[in-house]
Design a protein around this ligand. Structure first.
Ligand code: C2O
Ligand code: CU
Length: 475
């Protein structure tokens, strides 16, 4: 479903053609005009066949009538220009998750732009500096807008992509459906706010339930996993396959086998795998999600055709070229504490909201139950909790003092994981979202090199709305 990027506009094509034609007769100067790829995304209510017939179609909010929305794609160094039209009955914006782009294009209402009102549109234009797998989603009423299906994938191709037979995207999501296959309209569910977030009862890959993934023996697939769920932490087992992880959150790593044999992927995170399909022709195997170990979920069947792709698997993949991310200097870095607290079964007795200290019961009445360093987030344009000097190295010391997991996301930057008590193999990885399980501690470092006001929040979207968010200012 994700094979065709939107065609670039005819005018652009002609321009690109003209540039190419002109350059053919000139010595190479390296001054080829930057290619601009144009897309138009219309956000509006729609319907998709989520559950199999005889179930009816499911009412969703969709981008260009699709869930996931269209795949946006460019090469590293090319410019994307995306017109986002709001066909919803509420304001929206579009955020380009994981892209280190200019603050004004980050898509956070009030903080970086006015919300896009119903019937209006906004044009985003940016040049992603990093190759890799990213995604886009609105940043207004996010738990509901993402929960109803507004999101899509954005791929920035490497100048020299790795040799694979197929490049495939799996967008993972879960849906809370009633028995008429309609989305349960309880986005204000208190239990979701105070506990694990909005979990679904129906798990999908590219909005399909447990369908077949057809492959050939010894075919090499690049599988880009994107977790678009509000709260579910996917924990995938590939059974008899031995995938290589080649990137986390878009950033290349030396090809490694998944830690503990499972690919764990928190909300908003991406994992790029290279998998050699080593099963025999005519056989099948399964990909299982063991997020609830008592109730493993058959995510997809891998079905081998009769003809092999080749007789023996290819040699181990090479490491992808790194992206131009500044290396922090942990010795010179300023350290900041990030204490995550609140929720059910926690010990947050009081916290600061709008400059006032309030007790937990009072906070809960206002729909708030989470805090970062004892401060409750309440709107996107709140005063910054952290201010960093442009260019300085920063260390964040996370402590999850709550009984629930928190995938913490910083906009506009990638950080290097220095240490992680719950995921020790992550030391050295570059990520934009780090998952902290209950009780986990992690240290991350980055160069605060992207000026502006940036959101810093939990990507369990009900947690973010209920207070686990802050603003980071880089000046
Ligand atoms: Cu994908 Cu502010 O988040
Ligand atoms: Cu959280």
């Amino acid at each position: 479903m994700h094979d065709h990027p939107f065609p670039i506009s005819r005018r652009r094509l002609l321009q690109a053609g003209a540039v190419l034609a002109a350059s053919a007769s000139l010595p190479a100067t390296g001054l080829l005009a930057a290619t601009v790829r144009d897309y138009r995304l219309r956000l509006a209510p729609g319907e998709i066949q989520l559950a199999d017939r005889p179930f009816p179609k499911t009412g969703v909010w969709a981008v260009n009538e699709q869930v996931p929305g269209p795949l946006l794609r460019c090469r590293q160094g090319e410019t994307l220009r995306v017109v986002v039209e709001n066909g919803l009955v509420q304001p929206t914006t579009m955020h380009w998750h994981g892209l280190r782009i200019a603050n004004a294009m980050d898509g956070v209402p009030l903080l970086t732009q006015p919300p896009i009102m119903p019937g209006q549109s906004f044009t985003y234009e940016f040049t992603p500096p990093d190759a890799g797998t990213y995604w886009y989603h609105p940043h207004v009423n996010t738990a509901e807008q993402v929960g109803r299906g507004l999101y899509g994938v954005l791929i920035v191709d490497e100048p020299e992509p790795p040799e694979v037979d197929r490049d495939v995207v799996w967008v993972l999501d879960d849906w809370r459906l009633d028995n008429a296959a309609q989305i349960v309209d309880d986005f204000d569910n208190q239990r979701d706010f105070s506990r694990a977030g909005r979990l679904g009862n129906t798990v999908t890959v590219n909005s399909r339930i447990a369908d077949d993934f057809r492959v050939r023996s010894n075919e090499r697939v690049r599988l880009r996993l994107v977790n678009a769920a509000n709260a579910r932490i996917f924990t995938l087992q590939f059974r008899d396959l031995d995938p290589w992880v080649v990137a986390y959150d878009g950033q290349p790593v030396a090809p490694m086998r998944p830690y503990g044999g499972v690919v764990k992927i928190g909300p908003a995170q991406r994992v790029d795998l290279i998998i050699d399909m080593t099963g025999a022709p005519g056989t099948r195997s399964q990909v299982i999600d063991t997020f609830s170990p008592q109730a493993p979920y058959r995510l997809r069947d891998i079905v081998y055709g009769d003809q092999p792709q080749r007789l023996t698997p290819l040699a181990a993949p090479a490491r992808l070229a790194p992206n131009p991310i500044a290396k922090p200097d942990p010795d010179a870095a300023k350290e900041f504490e990030v204490l995550l607290d609140g929720g059910d079964l926690g010990d947050l007795a009081r916290a600061e909201l709008r400059g006032q200290i309030a007790g937990m019961a009072q906070l809960v009445m206002m729909g708030k139950m989470w805090a970062i360093n004892g401060v409750v987030g309440y709107r996107m344009d709140m005063p910054p909790q952290f201010t960093f000097r442009r260019g300085e190295s920063v260390v964040l010391r996370f402590r999850n003092h709550s009984a629930w997991p928190h995938p913490m996301h910083l906009h506009g930057h990638h950080f290097e994981v220095l240490s992680h008590s719950g995921e020790p193999h992550q030391a050295g990885l570059l990520m934009d979202t780090v998952l902290l399980g209950p009780g986990d501690q992690a240290k991350v470092a980055f160069v605060a090199d992207n000026p502006g006001d940036w959101m810093f929040h939990c990507h369990i979207l009900s947690h973010a709305e209920a207070g686990m968010s802050a603003v980071v200012r880089v000046v």
